[in-house]
Design a protein around this ligand. Structure first.
Ligand code: GLN
Length: 293
């Protein structure tokens, strides 16, 4: 991708959120501001090319899928990005990411299909060809970049602290001695682990929030937009931010390492959606929709 285009996309992403683009306790991608796609080009030689030149579409990642289907893996327990509803934009799946996935497929004359799985299984599913791409509010991290190639970022988020309204936690320094809950495999877990605090990890965000509501944990560390949703759904909770401890993260779509053909298509579509305001609109729409429920 051209540097100018990348910069334009980045500036739009920044305009959407007012956080700074730095790492989360040294674990999120430390080169995130302009180099997120640099590894994709050099990995092209590792691409498994079973398709003939006459075949179109990047189907190497999912040879069993038909040429017109783009299979996205997600973990539909991360509102407002992905959740299950009665009638979603793709089958029963709805949210910002689901709308983005649908548009990426349609821009390329394809149909988006969703495979819902555990968050921790997504990168493995990419590697074994079960899915073509993973879209799951997934933060680019150096560790994950070892396993997959990432698109340009489409959303900037941060970890925040959710607590009961009467809590005296005012900054991350106050986490000392508190019962901290995180969600297994999320960047929030990595942040807390790096800070050196003991914590309990739950499989689902809703499980951690229930522990908080029931007084069994003092604070949940979770991504900002999803936290807003839980706080508006549950009485008596509040959010405290600490940008000095939890710096910003970037969400991007992951593809199998070396699948540059699909990555290029995804990047082109994201670029267009950032430039024409589609992603910002989706962010506003799903945040309002969910908090109005
Ligand atoms: N952004 C967080 C991460 O990448 C959480 C993502 C999610 O739960 N879907 O770990």
């Amino acid at each position: 991708m051209k540097k100018a285009t990348k910069m334009a996309a980045l500036m739009l992403a920044l305009a959407m959120m007012t956080t700074t683009l730095t790492a989360c306790s040294g674990n999120a991608d430390s080169n995130s501001s302009s180099t997120t796609t640099d590894t994709t080009v050099t990995n092209s030689q590792t691409q498994e090319s079973e398709s003939t030149p006459a075949e179109t579409g990047a189907q190497e990642a999912a040879p069993e899928a038909d040429d017109n289907t783009l299979t996205f893996g997600t973990n539909a327990e991360f509102p407002p990005f992905e959740f299950v509803t009665s009638s979603g934009v793709i089958d029963q799946y709805d949210g910002i990411d689901m709308a983005i996935a649908k548009q990426i497929a349609e821009t390329n004359g394809m149909t988006a299909e969703i495979e819902n799985m555990e968050f921790a299984s997504l990168l493995v599913a990419l590697q074994n060809g079960q899915i073509d791409a993973a879209i799951a509010g997934m933060t680019i991290t150096d560790e994950r970049k070892e396993e997959a190639d990432f698109s340009i970022p489409y959303y900037t988020a941060t970890q925040v602290m959710i607590m009961r309204e009467d809590s005296d936690i005012a900054s991350a320094n106050d986490l000392e001695g508190k019962k901290i809950c995180v969600i297994e495999g999320y960047t929030g877990e990595v942040c807390v682990r790096d800070m050196g605090y003991p914590y309990e990890a739950f499989k689902k965000g809703t499980d951690a929030i229930m522990e908080l509501v029931n007084g069994k944990c003092d604070v949940v560390i979770l991504d900002s937009a999803t936290s807003q949703k839980y706080v508006s759904d549950n009485e008596g909770l509040k959010i405290v931010e600490d940008p000095s401890a939890f710096e910003s993260e970037e969400y991007a779509i992951a593809v199998k390492k070396g699948n540059t053909e699909l990555l290029d298509k995804i990047n082109t579509a994201i670029d267009a959606m950032l430039a024409d305001g589609t992603i910002a609109e989706l962010g506003a729409k799903y945040t309002e929709e969910l908090s109005a429920e």
